[in-house]
Write a protein that binds this ligand. Sequence first.
Ligand code: E4P
Length: 218
Amino acid sequence: MILFIDTANLKEIEEAAKWGYVKGCTTNPSLIAKEGLTQKEVITKITKLIDGPISAEVTSEEYEGMIEQGKELFAIDPKHIVIKLPMTNAGLKAAQEFKRLGIPTNVTLCFNVAQAVLAMESGATYISPFLGRLDDAGLESMKLISDIMKVKKNYGYDTKIIAASIRNVEHVQTCAIGGADIATIPFAVLSKLITNPLTKDGLEKFRQDAAKTAALSK
Ligand code: E4P
């Protein structure tokens, strides 16, 4: 499963990029708003830190505005920028037009299989099913990814599924078991993926035993 970072914070992106296993970045208007810079400034800076797909979301709710804004965002860095579009009829029309133009898209705010089918039929490059927000609403999130992956396989869609709204390590594991192509993960959760108390204890034991062996050669 490919791992993206879900943030617009440049320090977090810089740190995660050093690990070598974070291959892309997703942003949204709420994440951008935390940074105190314009969307163009933030996205431009992210393109210097991540050599992979970077989702930049349109804020216009009208088809024409989405196309105009999407083209402007794409022009920042055509090698990396993916235009994030909302799950609305205007967003799906824009996904169809961007496909015709060869501009990659990520249809966001997907909460069920029916919406995923619409986005895949519209030729979205990526779709982002949200897990955490389903949990917040008291709805079942565990099966969403595996269900969408099954539909993707049934019809041979080449849309990539980005599991989003990830809140914890269990979500990441569920996505991997469910076959998600990609998971986009906030920095706090990404940082936790490597930790396990048994790994820590095991390392400590190896450290102590290695010191005993090293003492023999003194
Ligand atoms: C996805 O691309 C979104 O940016 C994100 O995953 C939303 O997550 P949230 O529900 O934690 O805001």
